[in-house]
Design a protein around this ligand. Structure first.
Ligand SMILES: C[S@@+](CC[C@H](N)C(=O)[O-])C[C@H]1O[C@@H](n2cnc3c(N)ncnc32)[C@H](O)[C@@H]1O
Length: 239
């Protein structure tokens, strides 16, 4: 790939605990001349960047705003023309319900040298941080990561046939998530849990069942970011 001046690294920041970034991700962050970060990447990570590094917040309250994404893409391109190392720091893994793949495609089309550095997704780290195993040998043989929110607010939410389901962006749309789970034939007494602010110091877990979780969200005032894990995995954790 023809290079402009610089190289862009699309880096997964990990789920929240700043120590959960990869060694490779941290190393490029330390030598970055410019960092474009979002709200979900741990703020402490920016302390690793050089003092002289340009630090730009490109966070979005609603990841479905296309115009804002265009602006981020353009910024990545512009910064690659003037800096040697540009880091695009994204919460969790940059390709899991994130726009990392679109950014990589844009950079490829613009012939900008780039590399993707994977991160630990909240979909896995959230349940695991409370000891919930997403798979169990000979018992839970599959796991699906599902969006709890679609661009078309009236669109049905998916509830694929998997042993464990992990929903991202499900808090505000919990009603429709539960509707989809029931429609899929799942029983109301199947356990589930919301993990809020996974791997941060103030993380918490709110447990329920398919039948009770909607009420629990209201009662316990669950707030994003939170992942919802559904299935017999909840309850199988090491006590
Ligand atoms: C736009 S998606 C980005 C997902 C991210 N790329 C990942 O791999 O974790 C945002 C959603 O990820 C989940 N999420 C991200 N960070 C989280 C955290 N620390 N705790 C719980 N959920 C989190 C929430 O469901 C949130 O609404």
């Amino acid at each position: 790939m023809k290079s402009n001046n610089g190289k862009v690294y699309i880096v997964g920041a990990g789920p929240g605990d700043p120590e959960l970034i990869s060694v490779k991700g941290l190393n490029v962050l330390k030598r970055a001349d410019c960092v474009l970060y979002d709200f979900l990447s741990a703020p402490e990570l920016l302390e690793h960047a050089k003092e002289s590094a340009e630090k730009i917040c490109v966070g979005k309250a609603d990841g479905l705003h296309l115009k804002e994404q265009d602006e981020t893409n353009s910024l990545l391109y512009e910064k690659s023309l003037i800096h040697k190392t540009v880091v695009r720091l994204k919460g969790g893994d940059p390709f899991i319900f994130s726009r990392g793949s679109e950014e990589a495609k844009y950079l490829r089309e613009k012939k900008v040298d780039h590399e993707v550095i994977p991160g630990i997704t909240s979909a896995i780290a959230g349940p695991e941080s409370f000891g919930i195993p997403l798979t169990i040998k000979n018992k839970i043989q599959s796991v699906a990561i599902v969006t709890g929110r679609k661009k078309d607010k009236n669109a049905e939410i998916d509830a694929p046939d998997a042993g464990t389901l992990v929903y991202l962006m499900a808090v505000a749309n919990i009603k429709n998530v539960v509707k989809a789970l029931k429609k899929s034939g799942r029983k109301e007494n199947i356990p589930c849990a919301f993990i809020e602010k996974a791997t941060r110091k103030d993380t918490r877990i709110v447990r329920g069942t398919i039948g009770t979780i909607e009420e629990k969200v209201k009662k316990e005032k669950v707030k994003p970011p939170a992942v919802l894990v559904v299935g017999e995995a909840v309850g199988c954790e090491e006590k």
